[in-house]
Ligand binder design. Structure first.
Ligand code: MF3
Ligand code: CO
Length: 257
């Protein structure tokens, strides 16, 4: 679990987050019908390196099964971790999740957005709103004295589960000195009673808060490529993620411009 208190590390973490925020903003502008996910990946790689950062997803994973790209590009029923390719060309009405990680001087940040391609259906548009709102509800609870369950419960409470599915198989996580660290941060909280509150949140924790929400069920399937995760019922899905640093007064969002 990364607990970052050294002022120098905090500066590097902020620089890492700024590079990531700028990169995602440029990618967002580029998303149009006819553009391919591979083009976005190349652009991300270039932008991150031109700022002195390293695309941290590239080569991440177990030996022999490393992730090959700088970003994940997950379209419509793909939830997360989908590979960019030349063949993955955006069309009007799609929703495109872009997930990106940066390391800068050893400090890691992680962030994701979901973008509309041209005009999208009212249902998809509401899904994007609900997912983003739930991320911010979670971020508000990331303050000293609370527990991880307060983040999870706030995310869950902000989503109408009659209308939307909250993905359970994938969760938020600690970040800062590595791509993934403890603790797990579920986007729902079914546990009660003894020990059912998760770790205490303390100043200096670096957390990636990332709800994944669907227009159907929460169940997931991993694709043949071993990376992409999509909804079992083929319903559309959205994902937003920020890296935050826990300060005395609450969460500082690290991955925004
Ligand atoms: N942001 C992603 C997550 O937290 C990290 C993906 S790593 C990759 O799950 F190797 F799959 F890209
Ligand atoms: Co993440």
């Amino acid at each position: 679990m990364a607990i970052i208190t050294l002022e120098e590390d905090i500066m590097h973490l902020r620089a890492s987050g700024r590079i990531l925020a700028k990169t995602l903003a440029s990618l967002e502008e580029r998303v149009k019908p006819g553009v391919s996910a591979e083009e976005l990946d190349e652009l991300a790689d270039e932008l991150i390196q031109s700022e002195g950062g390293i695309p941290s997803f590239k080569n991440y994973g177990s030996k022999g099964n490393e992730y090959p790209c700088a970003i994940c590009v997950s379209v419509n029923d793909e939830i997360v971790h989908a590979l960019p390719s030349k063949e993955k060309v955006f069309k009007e009405g799609d929703i495109v999740g872009i997930d990106c990680g940066v390391s800068y001087n050893g400090l890691y940040t992680d962030s994701a957005i979901t973008i509309a391609v041209g005009d999208i259906s009212p249902e998809k548009s509401a899904l994007l709103e609900v997912t983003k709102k739930s991320m911010h509800a979670g971020i508000k609870q990331a303050k000293p004295g609370n527990t991880i369950s307060d983040i999870s419960k706030a995310i869950q409470a902000s989503i109408d589960e009659e209308k939307y599915g909250i993905v359970r198989d994938l969760v938020g996580h600690g970040v800062g000195y590595g791509v993934h660290e403890d603790p797990h941060i579920p986007n729902f909280w079914p546990w009660r009673g003894n020990g059912g509150s998760g770790p205490k949140i303390v100043e200096g924790m670096v957390l990636a808060i990332e709800p994944m929400v669907t227009l159907g069920d929460w169940k997931t399937v991993t694709g043949k490529d071993g990376w992409s995760v999509h909804t079992e019922d083929s319903s559309d899905s959205a994902h937003f993620e920020h890296t935050i640093l826990v300060r005395k007064s609450g969460a500082e969002i690290i991955t925004q411009a």
